[in-house]
Design a protein around this ligand. Structure first.
Ligand code: UDP
Ligand code: MG
Length: 316
């Protein structure tokens, strides 16, 4: 099969027939063999009935129905598992992404050898309250992930080589960072294509402004996991040692100045009057706690099923 199109959706019944007809038109015009996997993320409208109807008309239409709303990442994860195409395309259900981009996205994977091609909504039809924070968000994501050529990490329209989607695990709200996940899994050829974007035709956006707060927190934890996920002691141990060292220096200052005062018959002030006493106390406690966190982290990562989960490309 040439292409799997995965469409995560939450209450998008009105858009589905139009989206389906458009995808079908593009696929038939190009002679691709394809499947469309609609992942109904616990919609409360009649989206599922619409999907069943489409599937009765067109055998290429498949569906997954969640019992409740889990989020876009879980929907993508299940779509990725089910997909059988050589090239996987993800797109939003709200008609903001154009199926006309599919042939070129596929060409970039098949002929230019990209592992992942992300859409770039250069000209966006979204409210300002979204486009400005998005710029900041993308700048941070570029910096942290080291994928310098991407302008639009969170674009719903993306194309993947099949290996990529079978070897990454999208969860939580990590759909914003799929290129970063792919890069961490060793897929380095990540490209971008400027895509046409439209205003939402039906319904309204499913994400509020909290997307930016959550997005930053997720980016932080992804960065941490990719650097220290399998060796937490390396970060906690280093911080703990530095703290402990500072505390130790402070203790030496306290002790030495007391001894010096005593030896020279100067009036020796109480140890607890010295600021260094408190510094050393705090630093040593913090240092010990960081060390304990490091040991606990190592225990957890040691018993994790992921500990020996490597990306092996070939073996002979
Ligand atoms: N979506 C989903 N589950 C959710 C929220 C959103 O499957 O819990 C789908 C939604 O139906 C749409 C896509 O994810 O197909 C992108 O959502 P939306 O268009 O609301 O996001 P925006 O374009 O505002 O970033
Ligand atoms: Mg949208």
């Amino acid at each position: 099969m040439d292409i799997s199109v995965i469409v995560p959706l939450y209450n998008e019944a009105e858009s589905l027939p139009e989206l389906h007809a458009w995808i079908q038109r593009v696929m038939e015009a190009n002679g691709f063999s394809y499947e469309i996997i609609f992942v109904n993320d616990g919609s409360t409208d009649n989206s599922w009935a619409v999907i069943e109807q489409l599937s009765a008309q067109n055998p290429a239409v498949k569906g997954i129905k969640f019992r409740r709303n889990y989020g876009k990442s879980p929907a993508l994860y299940c779509g990725f598992r089910k997909a059988q195409g050589d090239v996987i395309i993800t797109m939003d259900a709200d008609l903001q992404d154009s199926p006309d981009e599919i042939p070129e996205l596929r060409r970039m994977i098949v002929e230019d050898g990209y592992d992942l091609v992300s859409g770039y909504k250069q000209k966006r039809y979204d409210p300002l309250s979204k486009t400005i924070p998005t710029k900041l968000f993308n700048a941070t994501a570029r910096k942290v992930s080291g994928i310098k050529n991407l302008h639009d990490f969170n674009c719903g329209l993306k194309a993947y080589r099949r290996d990529v989607v079978k070897n990454i695990e999208v969860y939580g709200e990590m759909h914003r960072y799929i290129p970063y996940l792919a890069k961490n899994a060793g897929f380095n050829k990540i490209g971008e294509k400027v895509v046409h974007h439209q205003a939402r035709k039906y319904g309204k956006t499913k994400f509020g402004l909290d997307r930016f707060v959550n997005g930053y927190l997720d980016l932080l934890s992804l960065w941490f996991l990719s650097r220290f996920g399998l060796k937490p002691m390396h970060v906690f141990g280093l911080m703990g040692s530095l703290m402990f060292l500072l505390g130790f220096v402070a203790v030496v200052v306290v002790g030495a100045s007391k001894l010096y005062a005593l030896a020279n018959g100067i009036h020796a002030r109480l140890v607890t009057d010295s600021p260094y006493f408190y510094i050393s106390l705090t630093m040593m406690i913090l240092g010990t706690q960081l060390f304990v966190a490091g040991f606990l982290g190592d225990l957890i990562s040691r018993s994790s099923e992921q500990r020996n989960n490597y990306q092996i490309e070939k073996e002979i």
